[in-house]
Design a protein around this ligand. Structure first.
Ligand SMILES: NC(=O)c1ccc[n+]([C@@H]2O[C@H](COP(=O)([O-])OP(=O)(O)OC[C@H]3O[C@@H](n4cnc5c(N)ncnc54)[C@H](O)[C@@H]3O)[C@@H](O)[C@H]2O)c1
Length: 248
């Protein structure tokens, strides 16, 4: 049990990668706050994992809303007494070519994928600083590293920006024993990626070194490493998890 007695927040916990991350951290002994805008999905998973609701609880939160996030932090601390790990996973993707990319669409993705994690870090950090410990894991993306075709400028900019946040906060929060790292997943089939035509999804896998397709569980396993004491001298990095599609 790598996360025995740890308290973990997963944003966007109800579906896709967040669902898998939540299952994994729960299996490793953590108490989990499932933050999601989609409360129904988060509640369904929470109920499945722990019907008594002792070690899990679902919170409706829009990560772009500061009041919502602060409220969710208060609820989490009230329920579990502390916060050991924050996984900034909630994110969206809305691809358009530059010509068709409206300002509204650009700002929407930046808001969820970049402002959201900023607000979550800002609200959780005081709790971790007080404890003098914590781990933050930011789910960025291969798309923010390579600018692969079919990834909008909004999404690529948001994820590249999240890597910047990761580096700055590793330095800023490090003295209080708070570790901040990122994961850059390659393409994995979820609701987010199913919106793209299969040939576009397949093109993202071109040149992959290993035959294995990426699964949500592959990301959950790396989250466990970065959330646990196994990574106690690792901070400020981004880990590429993509089967060798991109080797940087
Ligand atoms: N699936 C992939 O191939 C892939 C690859 C690289 C990175 N990622 C990143 O992984 C993360 C999860 O992606 P996914 O594929 O599981 O997506 P998904 O669409 O399947 O799930 C996203 C979850 O986030 C929640 N969410 C969305 N906006 C929110 C908001 N404003 N506040 C709170 N919750 C919100 C949704 O309700 C949903 O539960 C995202 O940050 C995504 O960019 C995914």
């Amino acid at each position: 049990m790598e996360l025995q007695d740890k308290v973990v927040i997963v944003t966007g916990a109800g579906l896709g990668l967040g669902m898998s991350i939540t299952r994994k951290v729960f299996e490793e002994g953590a108490s989990v706050a499932l933050w999601d805008m989609n409360l129904e999905a988060a509640q369904k998973l929470a109920k499945e994992l722990d019907p008594g609701g002792i070690k899990v609880f679902a919170v409706k939160v829009n990560v772009t809303d500061e009041a919502d996030v602060q409220q969710a932090v208060s609820q989490t601390v009230k329920k579990f007494g502390r916060i050991d790990v924050l996984v900034n996973n909630a994110g969206i993707s809305r691809h358009e070519t530059l010509e068709n990319m409206t300002l509204e669409l650009f700002e929407l993705v930046i808001k969820v994928n970049l402002t959201g994690p900023f607000l979550c870090c800002k609200s959780v950090a005081p709790v971790m600083r007080k404890q003098k410990s914590g781990k933050i894991v930011n789910i960025a993306s291969l798309g923010g590293r390579t600018g692969r075709p079919g990834v909008g400028v909004n999404y690529a900019a948001s994820k590249a920006g999240l890597l910047g946040i990761t580096k700055v906060l590793a330095k800023e929060l490090g003295p209080d024993n708070i570790y901040v790292n990122a994961i850059c997943p390659g393409p994995i089939l979820t609701d987010q990626t199913r919106q793209y035509p299969p040939e576009v999804f397949a093109s993202w896998n071109a040149g992959r070194a290993v035959p294995k397709d990426g699964l949500p569980e592959d990301i959950g396993d790396v989250v466990i490493f970065l959330a646990s004491n196994r990574s106690d001298w690792v901070t400020g990095i981004s880990l590429d998890v993509n089967g060798g599609i991109f080797i940087g």
